[in-house]
Design a protein around this ligand. Structure first.
Ligand code: PEP
Ligand code: MG
Length: 748
């Protein structure tokens, strides 16, 4: 057996020869042919073949030395079929001295391979993306050595990089041109709407242009330097992480362990000794660790994939000097693709984006809130899309279904455009209603307000025809900053909101943090159940400094105009009375300082916990208005986490029990003459909105895009007739009134 240094130098010389084929003129097929013969020659095998994906399910023999040349571009196999298909599916090499006896072996007579007993196949892959399979075969029945296996993996890595660089494109339908198939991703709706555009990767992938290293010592040195810088980066992040929560710190600790892992650095060193450049060595280890982790049944280990990717990408950026900003121009109609994104970053892109697709995220995440505020279609949980998508790829985002088509077939694109056109048509119809009231056939008018929280929302106040702002979520301004905003800043902002409202009613909600909304600069609470934890008014009352500052800002912004303030997540009358007293106290202080105070000050509570519906009459009497926060109220009524898609969808708003409960709140507000509105997401769903209106809620607050559809439906319906339908269904014992409501709508 040749000694290590001999096999290293043979491998280096092979890689250099491979690289030289890139520099020589000729088409993709020529190059592939030369490469298979070089590899067979260097490894002393009878056969070397390259199989590449034709489509995501099919592999094709694209070049061979040793098998029947006529089978090239004819022999195909499905993913998982035969030994080649197995390597492609699992990403794990197959090494056997007796291929025909291997489970799953499939004999392909046209290739003439029956005389070759030994088989070594390795995946051609980069960063979790399988491009094909590289195979060597020999007549004699022998297993290949570890060194040979390792050497072939290194060669496959170089092939993967060459494929990515487009070295093999050409005749035969662009062999080896990756990222060219249509792919559909099934995710979850974050924000409805449809968009067609071009991919814009938030974090562009690092391009490795030099997979082969000329001087192993120099490459090793570069790698070591980069690893030291990486370790320093992580140490710095850890030092700065005092204010982070336990989970975030744990992730950093895991990074630290990986970055200091001797095995990781040693394996990359071995790749370099075999002739890879430092960058290619990083990618090779990333790919093989990915393949291993993906096979793991342990979800914790699979989660570590992200850490590994992050770390490898950092290392690649250090090595290549490529930053996030590649200088590429935002394409026309950009659709942002990212693993995840923070609200501030999303706001920076703003309305320029046509759509957003995330691999992670959640319906209630800050990014989702911002996407909703900007009315940008958003799909979350689109797994692996950052691996597949390339900048500029055509993409269709179906926010309604949570589906994304990357590089779609023309037929799919045509059908999709029809859908967009129909939606635009409907929008036009709604625009025609803009200045008309939401009055039903019997003459009852429902106030349709909009939810807001960002300056970006304000233009919608006029364009949507909203009667006012029923919910101004003040926490968004806190979430998108890296420090607590100052009173002056807030006052200026609230003033701009009131100016833009131009006399229309605005209900400001005080800070609702905690639960899913964690401020980056506040020490997070390690709570077992944050949705029911220290959040919203509970924080405001326990640590009143920020609440007081916010109330002062609101009072000053009003400059004597009418002001409405509501407090979130009130669970007992005491909480409301205390918060109300704080606001009145601040108002009186402003008055004693000679500053103008609001001509009318309305103080309300958000009803988001069932307990409040059972509060004494005196509570309802003390409230100028009550706004039902349906998102939270529903989650606590059904004990179903609003962030957990699995349980959230189980419970319907038109469930008879929930509506009976809503009616109870309506009845209590009627008795005390307390104004009542509804401001959860359901207010923006036409059928739900109509049902609430029929039950007697005459003010609904929703996202601006929903105002048109809700108004359109209300104007066609008779709220009294629908009320009778609902009461009859309930009397008949229906567990849900949805079928009855839908039957009524069918008669319109
Ligand atoms: C609600 O809970 O319905 C609500 C409007 O508040 P948020 O969604 O901000 O919790
Ligand atoms: Mg709420």
């Amino acid at each position: 057996m040749p000694d290590r240094s001999e096999s290293d130098s043979r491998s280096r010389s092979l890689l250099r020869r491979l690289r030289d084929t890139l520099a020589t003129p000729g088409g993709g097929q020529d190059r592939l042919d030369r490469i298979t013969s070089l590899i067979a020659d260097s490894m002393g095998t009878h056969v070397c073949s390259i199989y590449l994906f034709r489509d995501p399910e099919t592999l094709e023999l694209c070049a061979t030395e040793g098998l029947n040349p006529d089978s090239v571009h004819h022999t195909r196999m499905r993913l998982g079929e035969g030994l080649v298909g197995r390597v492609a599916r699992t990403g794990v090499p197959v090494n056997t001295g007796n291929a025909p006896s291997e489970p799953g072996f499939r004999y392909m007579p046209e290739t003439g391979e029956e005389i070759y007993s030994s088989f070594l196949g390795v995946p051609i892959q980069r960063v979790g993306e399988r491009l094909g399979v590289l195979v060597v075969q020999s007549r004699e029945a022998r297993e290949f050595s570890e060194d040979e296996l390792y050497g072939l993996e290194v060669v496959a890595m170089v092939l993967a990089e060459m494929t990515e660089l487009g070295a093999f494109t050409g005749e035969h339908n662009g062999i080896g041109a990756t990222h060219r198939f249509p792919v559909m991703f099934r995710g979850t709706t974050g924000q409805e709407g449809a968009a067609e555009g071009r991919v814009w990767l938030h974090e562009p992938r690092v391009v490795v242009t030099n997979p082969v290293g000329d001087d192993p010592e120099a490459e090793q040195h570069r790698l070591e330097e980069a690893v030291i810088s990486l370790q320093a980066q992580i140490d710095e992040m850890l030092t700065a992480s005092v204010a982070m929560d336990k989970d975030q710190r744990q992730v950093l600790e895991a990074y630290k362990m990986l970055a200091h892992s001797r095995g990781w650095v040693r394996r990359m060193g071995e790749d370099i000794a075999l002739g890879l450049s430092a960058e290619a060595a990083v990618e090779k280890e990333q790919s093989s660790a990915r393949a291993r982790l993906e096979q793991s049944p342990d979800p914790y280990l699979r989660e570590r994939l992200h850490d590994l990717d992050d770390l490898s990408n950092r290392l690649l950026r250090l090595l290549t000097g490529q930053g996030r900003d590649t200088g590429a121009e935002l394409p026309e109609n950009p659709v942002l693709i990212a693993r995840n994104i923070g609200p501030a970053e999303l706001l920076d892109y703003g309305r320029r984006l046509k759509g957003v697709v995330l691999e992670e995220g959640s319906v209630g995440s800050h990014a989702a809130i911002v996407a909703r505020a900007l009315a940008i279609p958003l799909v979350i949980h689109a797994k692996r899309i950052t691996n597949e998508a390339l900048n500029g790829d055509p993409i269709l985002v179906d926010g309604d279904q949570g589906i994304v088509h990357l590089r779609p077939e023309e037929t799919v694109a045509v059908a999709f455009r029809d859908k967009i056109a129909m939606a635009a048509e409907a929008q036009k119809r709604y625009a025609d209603l803009r200045d008309l009231p939401a009055t039903d056939l019997s003459g009852k008018t429902v106030a349709l307000m909009m939810n807001a929280g960002l300056m970006a929302d304000l233009p919608s106040l006029m364009s949507s025809g909203a009667d006012g702002v029923g919910l101004f979520r003040t926490e968004l301004q806190f979430l998108i900053r890296s420090r607590v905003p100052r009173r002056g800043e807030l006052a200026a902002l609230y003033k701009r909101v009131m100016d833009a409202a131009d006399g229309k009613h605005v209900q400001f909600r005080t800070l609702d943090i905690g639960s899913d909304k964690v401020l980056p600069y506040m020490k997070p609470q390690d709570e077992p159940n944050p949705a029911m934890g220290w959040r919203a008014i509970r924080v405001g009352l326990d640590k009143p400094g920020v609440l007081r500052m916010q109330l002062q800002a609101l009072l000053r912004a009003a400059e004597g105009r009418p002001l409405s303030v509501m407090f979130p997540f009130i669970a007992t009358p005491d909480e409301f009375h205390e918060a109300r007293a704080a606001l009145l106290h601040e108002r009186d202080r402003e008055a004693t300082r000679g500053r103008p105070v609001p001509a009318v000050l309305k103080i309300g509570a958000m009803l988001e916990t069932p307990s409040l519906a059972f509060a004494p009459d005196s509570f309802f009497e003390a409230c100028d208005f009550i706004s039902i926060g349906g998102n939270d109220l529903k989650q606590f009524f059904f004990a179903a986490d609003r962030e957990n898609e699995r349980v959230r969808r189980r419970y319907d708003t038109l469930d008879t029990a929930f509506l009976t409960f809503i009616e109870r709140i309506i009845a209590r507000c009627d008795v005390s003459h307390t104004a009542l509105s509804f401001c959860g997401e359901d207010a923006g769903r036409p059928v739900e909105a109509l049902t609430f209106a029929a039950l007697g809620i005459h003010s609904l607050s929703m996202r601006p895009a929903s105002i048109g559809p809700v108004k359109h439906l209300i104007r066609r319906a008779d709220l009294d007739a629908l009320r009778r339908v609902i009461l009859a269904a309930r009397k008949a014992g229906a567990p849900s009134v949805r079928p009855a409501v839908m039957a009524y709508l069918a008669t319109l």
